[in-house]
Design a protein around this ligand. Structure first.
Ligand code: ARG
Length: 469
């Protein structure tokens, strides 16, 4: 690129002291309009509230205030209908809107920026955007919990193997397994709600960094825009991006839950397991292998977690070295947040659809649940409860019984009483009542346990906690 290219005239918004305009490269690195146009509705809402307050405080005439409002109506319509021409030379959404406003209403437009800077303006717009997004994510998470609850109730008694180390551990119910995710997504909602509460303070009125000499009313603007209060410190107001980081932190943790579930679905529909059948709507075929049905929606939901973590780490890195107050580095806050929000929304939609369509293959789950000596703990517990054996000893005796069954290549329940008594004579016929997977799950009645009755009660409790509004 030549350094002596023809220079453009200076920027009309801030170029008073500039003899010429930016180089083409400067314009490109400086412009954010390609992505921050997503803030247009929030920018217009912020401007309306600011103008209303300026009128109330006698800083702006009501005539100018009316003209500004009417102009913003037109701009809003133009952007929504796709007629608006965005210009990179005007850098960002704030100046694109302001310049258009001047074209539409003339000089009054120039008064809108009284007692305002783009620094407090963008911080306000972005908080409003993230706040809206949090509300949308909350609804999506609730919808996901709702399909999980429906499935959990339908399968409160459907038995599957529970795993630790991905080795068969103890039988559980499919409903119980699904309810574990209802809790995770419930905590995710809590994290987003916490972030929303901390975010809900108004930056506007901080000016560029130091506040303003105009007799503004930040509390009125805060109320107007649905914020709980103005940000207390003007330097903090323009330089804080914690709200964006918190949003992406909450999104990252939620993505780990989505990703873990996606991983389970991938495992469950593999040939070795065949625990679930996915619908045509959430799977794809192979262009070469006609027999294939691939769980792409699960795989991509799992992969999106990586993107969202990257988005968070990217902005953490941008922010960590910035002195107060505003630095242009902070313009790089938007793309990661948009990407994280889009990725989370898509992964949530895909996961919700996939789970709502997903059907367990009950027979395969039940058969697998009986494998791997999954009721060995029930035998040990029986020795403790009925024969008064200390648990450590019971563990050893059961180990010997398992070893014997393993040597014979049969399940615990298929051993004869004689064989078991040869290992420990205290074992009686009653032991067979605890060795089936059905008996095993039915016995797990402790609070939070997997017994079908517990699962039904837990699902109903979860409905009252999570589905109220
Ligand atoms: N487009 C800018 C951003 O997103 C707006 C604030 C610009 N402020 C400034 N002092 N140049 O951060």
């Amino acid at each position: 690129m030549s350094t002596n290219e023809t220079r453009k005239p200076a920027n009309a918004q801030w170029g008073g002291r500039f003899a010429s305009g930016p180089s083409e490269v400067m314009e490109r690195i400086n412009a954010s309009i390609d992505f921050d146009q997503r803030l247009f509705a929030q920018d217009i809402a912020g401007s309306r509230a600011h103008a209303r307050m300026l009128v109330t405080r006698g800083i702006l005439s009501s005539e100018d205030g009316g003209a500004i409002n009417a102009g913003l109506d037109t701009i809003s319509r133009e952007i929504e209908s796709g007629e608006f021409t965005f210009s990179a030379a005007l850098e960002d959404i704030h100046m694109n809107i302001e310049v258009r406003l001047r074209e539409l209403i003339g000089d009054a437009a120039g008064r809108l920026h009284t007692a305002r800077s783009r620094n407090d303006q963008v911080a306000t717009d972005f908080r409003l955007w993230v706040r809206d997004e949090i509300d949308a994510v909350d609804m999506q998470l609730q919808a996901l919990q709702s399909v999980l609850l429906d499935k959990a109730e339908a399968h409160a008694g459907t038995i599957m193997p529970g795993f630790t180390h991905l080795q068969t551990a103890q039988p559980v119910t499919f409903g119980h397994h699904l309810l574990a995710y209802v809790e995770m997504f419930g905590r995710d909602r809590g994290r987003f709600a916490d972030a929303r509460a901390r975010l809900n303070e108004l930056p506007l009125g901080a000016g560029a960094l130091a506040g303003t000499s105009f007799p503004i009313d930040r509390h009125a603007v805060a109320e107007d825009l649905g914020f709980d209060r103005p940000v207390a410190n003007s330097l903090d107001a323009v330089s804080d991006r914690d709200f964006a980081l918190e949003f992406m932190s909450a999104a990252s943790i939620s993505m780990t839950h989505i990703s873990r579930f996606a991983e389970e679905i991938v495992i469950w529909c593999s040939d070795g397991f065949r625990f679930v059948a996915l619908s045509d709507a959430y799977t794809t075929g192979s262009s070469m292998m006609p027999q294939k049905r691939n769980p792409d929606a699960a795989e991509l939901s799992r992969a999106k977690a990586g993107r969202v973590f990257g988005d968070l780490l990217g902005l953490l890195t941008v922010m960590k070295g910035l002195p107060l107050a505003y630095s242009k580095d902070m313009q790089e806050d938007k793309e990661p947040v948009f990407d994280a929000a889009d990725s989370l929304a898509l992964a949530l939609a895909a996961t919700t659809g996939m789970i709502s369509d997903m059907e367990p293959v009950i027979e395969n789950m039940r058969n697998a649940a009986g494998k791997g000596y999954s009721t060995a703990t029930d035998l040990a517990d029986w020795l403790v409860r009925v024969a008064d054996v200390p648990f450590r000893d019971a563990h050893g005796i059961t180990g010997a019984v398992v070893k014997h069954a393993e040597d014979k290549g049969i399940d615990l329940i298929d051993l004869s009483l004689d064989e078991m008594q040869a290992i420990d004579e205290r074992i009686t016929d009653d032991v067979f009542s605890v060795l089936s997977v059905e008996a095993s799950v039915a016995s797990r009645t402790s609070f939070g346990g997997t017994a079908p009755d517990n699962v039904r009660a837990a699902a109903s409790d979860a409905r009252t906690r999570f589905m109220r509004d």
